[in-house]
Design a protein around this ligand. Sequence first.
Ligand code: CP3
Length: 355
Amino acid sequence: MLQPVANTEPPLLAALARRPVSRVPVWFMRQAGRSLPEYRTLKGVDSILTVLQDPSLAAEITLQPVTRYGVDAAILYSDIVAPLAYAGLEIDIVAGVGPTLEPPLRSRRDLGRLARFHVEALGPMAETVRLVTQSSPVPLIGFAGGPFTVASYLIEGRPSRDYVHTKRLMLSDPELFRDILARLTDIAIATITTQVRSGARAVQIFDSWVGALGTRAFVTHITPHLRRLAAAIDALGVPSIYFSVGTAHLLEQATSLGFSALGVDWRVDLSSLARRHGHHLAIQGNLDPATVLAPPDALIDEVRHVVASSRRAPGYIFNLGHGVLPESDPDVLSRIVEYVHEEGTALRSLCGDEQ
Ligand code: CP3
């Protein structure tokens, strides 16, 4: 009785709901953009923030990897700081550096700068989502940055390695830190709500840098905001993926926040995660992006290992453990998609315990 549903439901959505899939779904973080020659041709030298003002261009860039790779999801071409930039915060995205904010956000008075955000500023983003979902053969994943990760750019003023200003603020003025994160959580919810109302069928939270925190700080200062974010996405009726990097030490906490799925990097042992949490969460990941640059045999061996390691999780989505590296060969990514589509189901039903 349930079989026809399983076969027609898009594999990404079936996997996120931990239902049977017609094939193992695949997509790649950062699949759109810099690693694609057709993107470099189209975008020329414009900043991403300029491109995002042009919904038909942003929609075309979003769909380029869907056409080229045959992946099971589109991910909106945007950036985690774009909602703030749309709303007039002095964000810049500097080539080869990343997001910057001058002056950085460090005082209670600076909190007022975040008040400028208003959801109407997301008009071009909503239009991009509509254009993509009108023509995409696969579901569109909307996204927002995790509140800690976005706060780290705003408080540091630029990408950082040690997050000294962010951690200092967290410890010296926990109320202000909480208020900043609460405001960024509101902005993330407003962004995702806009995306879902415009047609996005799933949502990913990119909390790339939260692994800089220890367990105690994560639980005290971050998880209340993440729980609220997960509940808000749930109320929109779409599944959610919580992605982070270097967070093996935070996974036990991350599995109980209310997200539908956990996206993990290559440092995480996928088979143990699948065994311990696959019954209540979908799992996404976790091929090391550097593997894409390896010789073909070594690459396929790693892909096989990742897929087979996922088999105790009924809901599994193949992805890299972080974004596609700019020097990746698009033909290699095509081969990975083909391989996972052809062999994924068999690899996940292998007997024995060799992983
Ligand atoms: O590289 C390109 O595709 C060109 C456009 C561009 C993006 N971000 C697209 C993007 C540019 C120039 C940036 C700047 C940026 N933003 C950087 C600089 C380094 C870099 O990767 O080029 C950084 C670190 C950011 C901040 C940021 N943006 C983070 C931490 C994340 C989460 C994913 C991650 O890499 O950890 C993003 C998301 C992002 N940036 C997306 C896109 C298209 C969406 C997610 C996706 O496609 O998977």
